[in-house]
Design a protein around this ligand. Structure first.
Ligand SMILES: C[S@@+](CC[C@H](N)C(=O)[O-])C[C@H]1O[C@@H](n2cnc3c(N)ncnc32)[C@H](O)[C@@H]1O
Length: 377
């Protein structure tokens, strides 16, 4: 029988294999173009975790090479023998090529490049992609791919989930621009949060409340609810919807400069939709000098001191409206049905923590992690 650690490893391996859909890439890229039509002009774009024959990132950027005004597109893939999850067959495209190599196809990475009208059709497009095997396996950390990173202006992809921290550090150390997909929970990783607080990265243009659908390896077990949601969005077969995915970037887009429309504190207490705020008002933490606000839409427009808000606030964060002071909390309160909600009547997800905690606590009740913000003066 498979033991737990084997099952865990198999799950982690599969967690690295989520394939982004063309429509989601298009929607995100269009938002940058709306804000600045020259975002990608004369830029070298590197897609470093993208099997070029399958990846919708490669397809999208190759097909839109001229529209975006790209200088060069480079797309590299990771060799199947190096992947944790091995599920691969070479494509006819590769097998029909004069440079096909039955060994290299399994142990070497591949590179596809686009920067010229190779077929003389009069335009640069997907048919002009030229490829060869990499010397190594295409690991983004390999010297070969690092050298490609150093030649690039923007690094774009959906990287392996298990290496997200390392992947961001890999980009940040080279001071390149980025547009990558990750899990919303990555916001609370110390290194990622520091970058967000310093406004060196932020969330992308597609709000994370909008469902993104991903392809999964054939036969992957998918939660029926997620499968049904993917189907509703028109994807049948090996697809899942991941409600907690979002884009991380340091490219500017218009949505992050739109301030939230907020009510004053007294209007929230009188007319707001949250029962607990109407009943108890805004309560201070026991262990930090700030008020706790469980809902982003209840942030008062006229409060000038520190406020703790849910991490989902970052989806609405406008740097001209608020500054980010810090992240409060390094634990998740357990769900407790037995311990009654004491203060904030409608929030049943918290419990009393015996003893001290470094996370947010209101009237001795632990709260979820909060982002501490302050209104820009
Ligand atoms: C989440 S998938 C996304 C694939 C593609 N970027 C997309 O969005 O459809 C991440 C891919 O990175 C590959 N990968 C895993 N470890 C890698 C590494 N160290 N270097 C490069 N690619 C890696 C995985 O095998 C997987 O194909």
């Amino acid at each position: 029988m498979a033991n737990n650690s084997n099952l865990g490893a198999a799950k982690a391996a599969k967690n690295d294999e989520f394939y982004t859909q063309y429509a989601d890439i298009q929607k995100e890229i269009n938002a940058y173009l709306e804000y600045n039509p020259n975002t990608f002009r004369d830029k070298t774009v590197l897609l470093p975790c993208d099997d070029p024959e399958w990846s919708n990132f490669t397809r999208f950027f190759a097909q839109n090479f001229e529209r975006l005004g790209l200088k060069r597109l480079i797309s590299t893939s990771y060799a199947v023998e190096s992947k944790k999850y091995k599920n691969y067959e070479p494509t006819l495209f590769e097998m029909d090529s004069p440079i096909f190599d039955a060994d290299k196809t399994r142990i070497n990475g591949k590179i596809f490049e686009l920067n010229r009208d190779a077929d003389g059709s009069g335009r640069i497009d997907i048919d002009d992609l030229e490829w060869h095997y990499l010397e190594g396996d295409g690991d983004f950390r390999s010297p070969e791919v690092c050298a490609l990173r150093d030649q690039a202006d923007i690094i774009i992809t959906n990287p392996p989930f298990s290496l997200f921290r390392e992947f961001v550090a890999w980009i940040v150390s080279s001071e390149k621009d980025m547009l990558i997909i990750g899990n919303i929970n990555a916001i609370t990783y110390r290194e990622i949060f520091s970058l967000i607080r310093e406004n060196r990265i932020w969330l992308g243009a597609t709000g994370f409340m909008s469902d993104m659908v991903f392809g999964v390896p054939k036969g992957t077990e998918v939660d029926p609810k997620d499968k049904a949601k993917a189907q509703k969005l028109g994807y049948t077969g090996d697809y899942t919807r991941l409600g907690n995915s979002c884009w991380f970037t340091n490219l500017d887009h218009g949505r992050r400069h739109q301030p939230m429309q907020l009510m004053s504190m007294s209007d929230n207490k009188r007319f707001g939709k949250h029962k607990d705020i109407k009943e108890y008002g805004y309560l201070k933490y026991d262990n930090y000098d700030a008020i706790d606000i469980g809902y982003t839409d209840a942030i008062p427009s006229d409060y000038n001191d520190a406020m703790g808000v849910p991490i989902t606030f970052l989806d609405k964060y406008c740097p001209e409206q608020f500054e980010i002071v810090g992240l409060f909390g390094n634990f998740e309160p357990e769900v407790s049905k037995t311990y009654p909600a004491l203060i904030c009547g409608s929030d049943v997800r918290f419990m009393k923590i015996p003893g001290l905690t470094t996370g947010p606590v209101v009237n001795r009740i632990a709260k979820y992690k909060r982002v501490i913000i302050r209104k820009k003066q």
